[in-house]
Every structure is written in structure tokens, then in C-alpha cells.
Design a protein around this ligand. Structure first.
Ligand code: ADP
Length: 490
């Protein structure tokens, strides 16, 4: 009997009980069932044992596979990460390459636009150049271009008509060999010094000779054309033939001279007779008559001054005036001009002071001419300074140049900035003094400038409106040069 059944019978029936015989069959059947169970269990156990072994084995294999797979996966992940990184890098590189390509394209576009623009500009420039060349070729004034050595490289049509040389003849030659200007060596020195060393424009009225030897008068202006470093590239010369204008001017000046001369006689007569009447030579004059006679005298004097100034101008312009230098004490000369104008100075209550450097040597000057210069500048200072103002005169020798320097300062109306460049022109009077009670011809400073320039000196001024003016006159240490002439200035 199966041991489990035995144990159960014992538990239910007690150790010593004997199961009834009728249960035997049952017991046997149960026992067999148990036995079958055991058999099954053993089989099962065995199977289980087998399965678990297999299970473990396969588990181990699985684990191994898993590890391998994990390892491979890690490797794969690494590879993937690496490839991804590489790919990212490539993507960035590609992106950069794309941007670079776009930039290049944009640059190319800009360059193309620039090229297009440059082409348009070049065409416009070429058109402009054509226009300019046509204009220069056909200008009525002579235009030439010379290289830095003075060799002609261009000449226009007017050059041919004015000089008589053909362009083909002139090109490649030195300008000096073509224009045989009869001028002293100092003129050429100044010419080259101005254009080559000072690199400025040289302007002058000059007499040139045509190919056929005929002299003609022209206004020339020669300018250097500089590169960006200040080196000379070319010289441009412009010349205007003013021979005809000069002839007309001469005729006009001669007419003025003649007319002024003719006017002098009746004016002198009016002067004398008025003086006689005022002196009572023709009987006593009533106070009213005296008043009118004085007006006549004053107006006539103004006419005399104007006629004298016109005559001076015509003599200066025609070059008929003489310069007769004598050794002169300039301090004395200047003082005598001040004394001469004392009545006008006192009448306007002008404070006048003069300062003369002690060691001023006697100098060769034409006393009449220099007197006209000082008279004009001083009378202007007095005339254009309101009552109670100050006028100062200085006479000195410039330490560096040894030039004689006369300086006349006033505290007067001054000269408006915009008109300062016209002050030495004939008949010019500034706007600011027109309304004031001043009289003048506008010829004084023109005469002063002509005299001083003919004498090798210089004249200029500094002025501020309503503050005053200072006029400067210089003369070279050797004084004025003698000049023959038929007329003296008055
Ligand atoms: P004017 O006969 O008119 O005095 P000038 O030739 O002597 O002629 O002077 C020309 C002009 O220059 C004058 O009309 C005046 O406008 C100006 N001018 C000359 N000197 C002076 C000065 N000292 N102060 C102010 N203006 C002056």
C-alpha cells in the first residue's frame, strides 16, 4: 500500500485499526492512483529538473546573447553617434559651404553691378572727354599743355591762329623756343619759380612774338597740374590775345588824358577868379556872396582833384610818367604830409600819432610819387574815420628783408569783407562809405598801387568793418628805379 495512504489511514483510523476488508479494493485503487501520482511526479520532477536545466542553459545563452547584443548595440550606438557627429559636422560644413557660396554669389553680383556701373561711367567719361576735347580744341583762347620739362604735348586751334605755328610744328618743342618773348631774365626766373617751385598759377600781361615775328599782347595764365603727391604732371597754359583791347584801351586813355588836360585850363581859370573875388579884388562881397563863392571854390577844387587824378591814371596807364629818384629823408617827407593834412585832421578831432624808426637811411625815391602815395593813404584814413577816432603812422625797416615799411592804421569804418578784393580797382568805392559824408573819386588807391608796383614795392591792407583798417606799403632797400617819361604826376 502506498505510504501516503497508509499515513492517512493511520491519521483517520489510528495506528492499530485495521481497515475493513471491503475497503481493500478501494485502498488498492487509491494506492495505485498514488503510485501513478508518484510516477507522474517523478516524471514531472525529472522533466522539471530537465527543463530548468535547459532553462538555465538557455538563460545563460540568452544572457550571453543579450550581452553580445548589448555590446554590439553599444558599438552600434557608438558608431551611430560617431556617424551622427560626422554627419552633423558635414551638415555644418555643408551649411557653411552654402553660406560661402551665397556670399561669393552676392559678391559676384556686386562686382557685376560695379562693373556695369564702371562701364556706364567710363562711357559717360569718354563722352565727357570727347566733349571737353572738342571744347578745348575749338576754344577761342590759346590752350596748350606741356610736360614737366616744358615740352609741348598739346595745342588747340587757337594756338595755330594766334601764334602762326601749326600744331604739328609746335608739338615736341620747348615752349620757350616757340614763344620768343622779349622779356628780361628776372621775368623767366619768377615764371618758373611760381609754377615749378611754388606750384602756383602764374598770370601776366605779356608781349609775345608770332611765327612771322610780329609782336602781340596777351594775358597769360600758366598753372601746374599736380598728382596726389604734389608732383608736377603737366603745365596748362591759357593765353588770350588782347592786342586789340589794348589798342582800344590806349585810345580811351589817350582820350581821357586829352580831355582832362583840356579841362584843366578852364578849371584853373575858375579857381583863380573865385580866389580873386573872395579876396575882394573886384570890390567888397556880401556875406551871402562869400558863402556862394566858397561853394563854387570848393566844388571847383573837387573837379581839379578829379581831373588831376584822371591825368595821373592816364599817365600811369600809358607809361608816359617819369620816375626820378633822389636820396630822400622819408621821416621828413612823411611828417610834411601829416602837417599838410593837419587842418582836416583837426577839423575831425582825430588823434594822430606817428612813430618813425630812428635808423631809417635816406633812400632813393621819386618824392612827388611817394608823396602822392602817402597823401592818399593818410587822407583815406582821416576821411574814413569818424570824428574823435585815431590814426597812427609807423615807418620802419623790415629786419629780415631790409624793405622800407610804412604802416597807416585807423579806427574807422573799415572795408566790408566781400568788397576787399576790389579796393585797388579803378573808380571803386565801398558800399559802407557811400551813405557817409565822404567824397572821393575811387582813383586814389588805384594810383597808389600803380606807383608802388612800378617802383618794385608792394601795397596791401587788413581791415574789419566798423573796427578800422591798416594799410601797408613796402619799398625795396635800393628804393625806386629811374624811369624816363615825358609826364610827371600831380
Ligand atoms: P576814394 O576817392 O573813394 O577815397 P580810393 O581809391 O582812395 O578812393 O579808395 C577806394 C575805396 O576804398 C574808398 O572809397 C573806400 O571805400 C575804401 N577805403 C580806402 N581807404 C579806406 C580806409 N582807411 N578805411 C575805410 N575804407 C577805405
Amino acid at each position: 500500500m502506498h505510504h501516503i495512504l497508509k499515513r492517512q489511514i493511520k491519521r483517520y483510523l489510528g495506528t492499530h485499526a485495521t481497515p475493513p476488508p471491503e475497503w481493500r479494493e478501494l485502498f488498492e485503487s487509491v494506492s495505485r492512483t498514488y503510485a501513478d501520482f508518484d510516477e507522474d511526479r517523478v516524471f514531472l520532477d525529472h522533466s522539471l529538473e530537465l527543463s530548468s536545466k535547459e532553462f538555465l542553459e538557455s538563460n545563460r545563452r540568452l544572457e550571453k546573447t543579450r550581452l553580445q547584443v548589448e555590446k554590439q548595440a553599444e558599438g552600434l550606438a557608438r558608431e551611430v553617434a560617431k556617424r551622427t557627429k560626422d554627419l552633423d559636422k558635414r551638415v555644418v560644413e555643408l551649411e557653411q559651404a552654402k553660406i560661402a557660396a551665397r556670399n561669393v554669389l552676392e559678391d559676384l553680383q556686386v562686382e557685376k553691378e560695379k562693373l556695369d556701373y564702371a562701364k556706364i561711367k567710363e562711357e559717360a567719361l569718354a563722352n565727357d572727354l570727347k566733349k571737353f576735347k572738342l571744347a578745348v580744341d575749338n576754344a577761342s583762347e590759346l590752350i596748350v599743355i606741356a610736360d614737366p620739362e616744358g615740352i609741348l604735348i598739346y595745342g588747340n586751334k587757337a594756338m595755330e591762329t594766334i601764334t602762326g605755328y601749326t600744331v604739328a610744328e609746335a608739338i615736341g618743342k620747348k615752349t620757350g623756343a616757340l614763344w620768343k618773348t622779349p622779356k628780361p631774365i628776372e621775368y623767366y626766373k619768377k615764371f618758373w619759380e611760381t609754377i615749378k617751385i611754388q606750384k602756383q598759377t602764374f598770370k601776366s600781361e605779356i608781349q609775345n612774338r608770332r611765327k612771322n615775328g610780329q609782336l602781340y599782347t596777351s594775358m597769360i595764365s600758366v598753372s601746374p597740374i599736380l598728382d596726389k603727391n604734389g608732383g608736377i604732371l603737366y603745365f596748362i597754359g591759357i593765353e588770350r590775345d588782347v592786342t586789340k583791347e589794348k589798342e582800344i584801351d590806349k585810345v580811351k586813355t589817350e582820350f581821357v588824358s586829352l580831355a582832362s588836360h583840356q579841362l584843366r585850363t578852364p578849371l584853373s581859370a575858375v579857381n583863380w577868379y573865385t580866389e580873386m573875388l573872395l579876396a575882394g579884388d573886384a570890390g567888397t562881397v556880401t556875406p551871402d556872396q562869400r558863402k556862394y563863392l566858397k561853394e563854387i571854390y570848393k566844388s571847383n577844387q573837387r573837379m581839379v582833384d578829379l581831373v588831376n587824378a584822371l591825368l595821373n591814371v592816364s599817365h600811369l596807364e600809358l607809361g608816359t610818367f617819369a620816375i626820378e629818384p633822389e636820396l630822400t629823408d622819408l621821416t621828413q617827407l612823411t611828417q610834411s604830409v601829416i602837417d599838410e593834412q593837419k587842418p582836416q585832421i583837426d577839423e575831425k578831432k582825430i588823434k594822430i600819432s606817428s612813430s618813425f624808426e630812428k635808423a631809417i637811411p635816406r633812400i632813393l625815391v621819386d618824392q612827388k610819387l611817394l608823396r602822392i602815395v602817402i597823401q592818399n593813404i593818410l587822407s583815406n584814413a582821416v576821411k574814413y574815420t569818424p570824428e574823435g577816432g585815431t590814426v597812427e603812422l609807423f615807418l620802419s625797416i623790415d629786419k629780415k628783408t631790409k624793405n622800407l615799411l610804412l604802416k597807416v592804421s585807423d579806427t574807422g569804418y573799415g572795408i566790408p569783407k566781400h568788397q576787399q578784393d576790389k579796393i585797388f580797382s579803378k573808380f571803386f568805392r565801398a558800399d559802407n562809405i557811400r551813405g557817409k559824408d565822404t567824397e572821393g573819386t575811387g582813383l586814389g588807391l588805384y594810383i597808389v598801387k600803380s606807383i608802388i608796383e612800378h617802383s618794385g614795392g608792394d601795397v596791401w591792407f587788413e581791415s574789419e568793418e566798423n573796427k578800422g583798417s591798416t594799410f601797408f606799403v613796402t619799398l625795396p632797400p635800393e628804393g625806386m628805379k629811374k624811369k624816363e617819361g615825358t609826364k610827371t604826376l600831380a
